[in-house]
Design a protein around this ligand. Structure first.
Ligand SMILES: *Cc1c(COP(=O)(O)O)cnc(C)c1O
Length: 432
């Protein structure tokens, strides 16, 4: 299969090229030239397979021209090497828990798939490729873990010092080996602009082969479809299709869910659950789309003012805004409503939500209360342990650390402090 640039459909490349390029020229986003469609019978067959077989079959049409079957099988096995259970929270709502991976965030799946693909594409490559990435918390951990020990690739992560949670910081700073963490004395935006400048620096590019690992890369984006297939594998209320609520920031996850639905997966409706950064939710309610400056919230992985995958969603509906609005409802959930939800669900159902999952739970509940008889699934995208401050403030206790997190606290963090000034990053890169 080929992938074309939404901004210039005459430009199309293979899966390998699109993965290596990340972005199409002129900041274009790659999109699959066709989306496989399965009949209801074929979908039922897919859902009856093991998770591994299912994942292989779903990814196969997209990557088979670039990766041989046996390699794809290994990549897929590695990618989904942890459970994604569907847990019933109450009679109408279940959580698809996507936080049982190595860094307790759903980004593990995309980061692992992409890292293994790059490892394969670079197998004969002389010298080293450098993945340069800025993180507000979750992306960096997933990318660090995904690329750890991948040969021929080193990872340099910029994170805002003191502005990520303790668990997130340890995930960035304790990998060692081919992973280096730079603690930037500034904001996430500072980190991101330093990375952007590096990619445009022709002098630097003569010394480094730079690659980005951001979420618009198709190798990070496409495997996220698998969550939705895994959800339906475990959905035993066969008579009704679920409504699926997705906590959304850059809208990559929900856009992948919509691909799965386009392929024939039975989903009744999608909920785009946003915090107050609600540019897309406003569009879904009928306003003209307008990007906004992002506002910090307690569900910080969703603090995005101009979601990059929004145009992929339009493309999925052939740019027809009225059918987008028919299939997706947007909600904007405030921090106060988010913490109230965490408290209520914990007290009523004994289920501990993280702030991102809580935004989705609340949005789903709002939808279901207006559509009697519907049942739904929300994606629990991060483990509550990653947000101990919010849990402590809301519920009065510290979330219990999983064993692997305890191990993390016994490791020695190593990072390099840096001022948020591009020339400092450049001279460090050129003199190491
Ligand atoms: C990244 C992230 C999101 C947002 O996902 P998008 O694909 O950017 O919409 C939601 N929740 C958590 C915990 C995340 O890390």
């Amino acid at each position: 299969m080929k992938f074309y640039s939404i901004q210039d459909p005459s430009f199309s490349v293979s899966f390998e090229q699109a993965t290596l390029m990340g972005q199409a020229p002129l900041r274009g986003l790659f999109f699959p030239e066709s989306i496989p469609h399965y009949s209801a019978h074929a979908i039922n067959h897919l859902l009856s397979l093991s998770r591994e077989e299912l994942a292989f079959e779903v990814m196969y049409p997209y990557v088979s021209a670039s990766i041989p079957d046996n390699v794809l099988r290994e990549i897929v096995l590695d990618t989904i090497d942890f459970p994604t259970p569907l847990v019933e929270v109450n009679s109408t709502t279940s959580a698809l828990e996507l936080f049982h991976g190595p860094t307790w965030a759903f980004k593990d799946v995309g980061a692992r798939f992409m890292s293994r693909c790059l490892g394969y594409f670079y197998r004969h490559h002389q010298g080293k490729t450098t993945v340069l990435v800025a993180t507000s918390g979750d992306t960096g951990g997933a990318v660090a873990n995904g690329f750890l020990d991948v040969e021929g690739v080193e990872v340099i992560i910029l994170y805002p010092k003191g502005k990520v949670s303790p668990v997130q910081e340890l995930q960035l700073t304790t990998c060692g080996k081919n992973i280096t963490a730079l603690a930037i004395n500034g904001s996430f935006d500072d980190c991101q602009s330093m990375v952007k400048e590096a990619f445009m620096d022709t002098e630097l590019i003569q010394h480094y082969q730079l690659t980005s690992a951001n979420s618009i890369n198709i190798a990070r984006w496409l495997p996220q479809q698998l969550y939705y297939f895994f959800a339906l594998q475990q959905w035993h209320k066969e008579c009704d299709m679920p409504v699926v609520a997705v906590p959304s920031g850059n809208f990559g996850n929900i856009a992948a869910g919509l691909i799965a639905w386009r392929s024939g997966l039975p989903v009744a409706h999608f909920i785009a659950a946003c915090n107050v950064n609600d540019a897309v939710a406003r569009f879904l309610h009928g306003e003209t789309y307008a990007s906004r400056t992002s506002v910090p919230t307690i569900s910080n992985a969703m603090d995005v003012g101009d979601p990059s995958n929004f145009i992929r969603i339009l493309e999925l509906f052939d740019q027809d805004t009225s059918s987008v609005r028919k299939m997706i409802t947007g909600y904007s959930i405030s921090d106060a409503a988010t913490t109230a939800c965490i408290q209520r669900v914990y007290e009523t159902n004994g289920y501990l939500l993280d702030p991102h999952g809580a935004v989705a739970f609340q949005a789903l509940e709002n939808y279901i209360s207006a559509h009697a008889g519907q049942k739904g699934i929300f994606l629990a995208t991060a483990h509550p342990v990653k947000f101990p401050d919010v849990i402590k403030k809301t519920l009065g206790f510290d979330p219990l650390l999983p064993d692997a997190a305890k191990e993390l606290f016994s490791k020695k963090p190593i990072s390099i402090d840096m001022e948020p000034i591009y020339s400092h990053l450049k001279s460090w890169l050129l003199n190491r």
